[in-house]
Design a protein around this ligand. Sequence first.
Ligand SMILES: Nc1ncnc2c1ncn2[C@@H]1O[C@H](COP(=O)(O)OP(=O)(O)OP(=O)(O)O)[C@@H](O)[C@H]1O
Length: 484
Amino acid sequence: MASFSNATSRIHSSLSQQISFLDLLFPGFTTLSSSVWPLLTDAPSLYGRLLCICGLLVLIGKYGAKYFRELVEAYFTSKIEVPYNDEAYDMLIFWVCSQPFARSARASLAMVDLKSSTRSNGPESHANKKSLQYSPCNGRSYFWHKGHLFVFERKRNQGELGITREEACISYFGRNPNVLRELLDECRQYYLKLVKNKTCVFEHEGDRWKSSKSRNKRDMSTVIIDRKLKEMLLGDVAEFLDPKTRTWYSARGLPYQRGYLLYGPPGTGKSSLSLSIAGQFDLDVYVLTMSGLDDRSLKTLFAELPQHCIVLLEDVDAAGSLGQNGSPRMSANGKVSLSTLLNVLDGLASPEGRVLIMTTNHIERLDPALIRPGRVDTKVEFHLAEEDMISQLFLFVYDPHSNTVISGDDSEEELPQLAQEFVAKVPKLEFSPAEIMSLLLANKQSPRHAVASVDTWMEKVREERKVTRTNSWALVDKDGSRDH
Ligand SMILES: Nc1ncnc2c1ncn2[C@@H]1O[C@H](COP(=O)(O)OP(=O)(O)OP(=O)(O)O)[C@@H](O)[C@H]1O
């Protein structure tokens, strides 16, 4: 027992000479050792001392390992953090999901596979419909890639106002940040392949943009509107996006922005045209729904828009208007004031090269300030279907060159004749293209049957309108009162 005491005191005295040095590496070492040492030396029995040593080792193991990990992370690893609301997050996650290590993770997050919609048609593809993909969550996953050991980590942080925000982090054992950037570039390439021929649509979650499901690009030919109008619009957007136009604007100190107002009854193709324009010019679409916004989030969202994108402001009549004395009046739901909307449209926060498309069913409700030239450069009116449009819709659905399966009794040669009969039966400017499309799609294998069903269908639609008339877009004012 005495020899144990002598030995420990010798160790203590030799250690104390090195303590100041150890303090440099392990801050707090002196304090810890001076409080632990008496326990080791003054404990009444050998067992007591051994117990103290064991406890100490456990403590060192626990906190030492954490400290050692932090030390390694700080000096020997590189890392990149990727916030949830950035598109880079999707790039990383979709790539991670495709990696073998993701499939073997014990704690995973399940998501519907973005690629599943691109699979071939047929009975097999139905079995694969909405197939799931898994990515590791809650914790670290280690994986080798191109000769480096990487760590993928997904964390949930408590953000402002108690909102939980997720972020992903990728790190590797090495000090060259280019290795991580190359990996992220690989993720980016992988993601770009996935969204090729798709239009990326972003929606807002509070005051953050988040990519929602990407959609197949909608071909311009699938939106039936007046041909000249379509050409004019496409030409206008093409000219605006031309790099020479950008130089032209900046040489004159003009804000490089363009605004369109698409207005008309529901189901006439306003949103469809906006998506087609996005597809045609390979632009991402940022959808703002006025009813889900307040002033603060509108400003933040505008400030975070990228250059060259389409901002789709749907149902813009839901924003407020200016009162008689010019003071800002709040929107019907008391959220976005018109003055804020005007400021963000003109303001410095608005990005260069943005194409703003506003849609409304009620142009008469819009404040003139909102649609004055400069904010809105072109206004396009959408109508209920007239003769030419009804015929185009019919021929579009039964187009023999676009994989239409026409049933045995109908022949392609009869199509022009059937189109004429169809046009003769459907009254002009009474039904929206969306309504007519629903009839045609319900009879997509038989144009003859579509023509035969027109009368019953019209009766049904008119009946339905009577039922929903109290809520009709045309009858109800913004404040809830009815037109007379
Ligand atoms: N002009 C059109 N050409 C082809 N399809 C159309 C047209 N108009 C409407 N449709 C079809 O009807 C559906 C609804 O159209 P869309 O959402 O574009 O109408 P909208 O005018 O934006 O309606 P809302 O004012 O209610 O938002 C879409 O599936 C679309 O394919």
